[in-house]
Design a protein around this ligand. Structure first.
Ligand SMILES: C[S@@+](CC[C@H](N)C(=O)[O-])C[C@H]1O[C@@H](n2cnc3c(N)ncnc32)[C@H](O)[C@@H]1O
Length: 295
């Protein structure tokens, strides 16, 4: 199958056919056969091992409710450079924004660092996040940085249903992919009621037929690279494996619905946003990160 080259990976990558076979079985709802395939395979492979351990444990896959592994993930590996680039991008946007609404803020480390870098010019923040644990940390991070921030425990969909305010900028970094495709147009349209400018940071993932051979090969190749950035600790089992398996196994919670950057820009235009544009942000093991804006 034809999968795009990964500029960050050099020559040191491959696709493990055993992993692809297991993912294909998962996509067909045959989780036990997938596990047997991984266990029966000869030869080594980190992704095979982690995937087999995850399928054996049958965890709930709710990675943001108890977010220690997620937070270790974003504090390490390629996320260090990715978050630095994100903070710089956000700080540039905030220079012209007195108020910012952040949807799916997580622990708000990027929004807080960017706002705090503007000192007295920092925008007033509204932080929206469905995870209690992450929202509590967002609140604490904003407070200790001396920022004015209101916090809202809600999904983007819930918050926008009742939102009466108006913000200079509405943003979402690596979070709008959590919204199922059928609900996305409604969210992007509702954003126009609350803000005059939108900034979405996401990954520019190729357009794949869900569960098709290119998709599965891409997953196998990229997750091997992602795992290599976290040689030990909770990231593999507590974050990367649930996110991977959720993309193929319909019996498990799906956490991401990703798409090419051009599709995000097209959806902004369809929702009535003008000047929709895509800018490159950073290379990353999963896919290039991009900023998508509209006004
Ligand atoms: C990958 S994290 C990104 C967090 C943060 N924006 C950042 O850049 O570090 C995805 C976040 O989206 C949140 N989320 C999940 N479903 C959501 C929804 N429907 N609306 C808003 N946020 C959601 C998760 O709880 C999680 O905090």
């Amino acid at each position: 199958v034809d999968i795009p080259a990964n500029p960050g990976a050099g020559d040191d990558w491959h696709v493990d056919g055993v992993v692809v076979a297991a993912l294909e079985l998962l996509a067909r709802g045959r989780a036990e056969d997938a596990l047997r395939t991984l266990q029966a395979a000869t030869g080594e492979g980190r992704l095979r091992r982690e995937l087999a351990e995850h399928l054996t444990a049958r965890g709930e896959g709710r990675v943001y409710d108890d977010p220690a592994a997620f937070q270790e993930f974003i504090a390490g590996g390629g996320n260090v450079a990715l978050y630095e680039a994100t903070i710089e991008l956000l700080a540039g946007e905030y220079a012209a924004a007195g108020s910012v609404l952040d949807l799916g803020c997580g622990d708000a480390r990027a929004v807080v660092a960017a706002a705090a870098s503007l000192d007295a010019g920092a925008p007033v923040l509204d932080l929206v996040e469905p995870s209690d644990a992450l929202l509590a940390q967002a609140s604490e991070n904003a407070r200790s940085a001396g920022l004015v921030a209101r916090t809202h425990r809600a999904t983007a969909q819930e918050f926008l249903r009742d939102a009466a305010g108006k913000w200079d900028l509405v943003q979402s970094t690596f979070a709008l992919h959590s919204i199922p495709p059928g609900e996305r147009a409604g969210v992007l349209t509702a954003l126009r009621r609350v803000a005059s400018r939108v900034l979405i940071v996401e990954f520019d993932v190729p357009a794949f037929a869900d569960g098709g051979p290119e998709h599965l090969a891409y997953l196998a190749q990229r997750y091997e690279l992602g795992l290599a950035e976290y040689p030990d600790g909770p990231v593999a089992q507590g974050f990367l494996m649930p996110v991977l398996v959720g993309q193929v196994d319909r019996a498990r919670p799906r956490l991401t619905w990703e798409q090419p950057a051009a599709a995000w820009a097209g959806q902004l235009r369809e929702a009535g946003w003008d000047h929709a544009a895509v800018r490159p942000l950073a290379d990353y093991w999963w896919a290039p990160a991009v900023a998508i804006t509209g006004s």
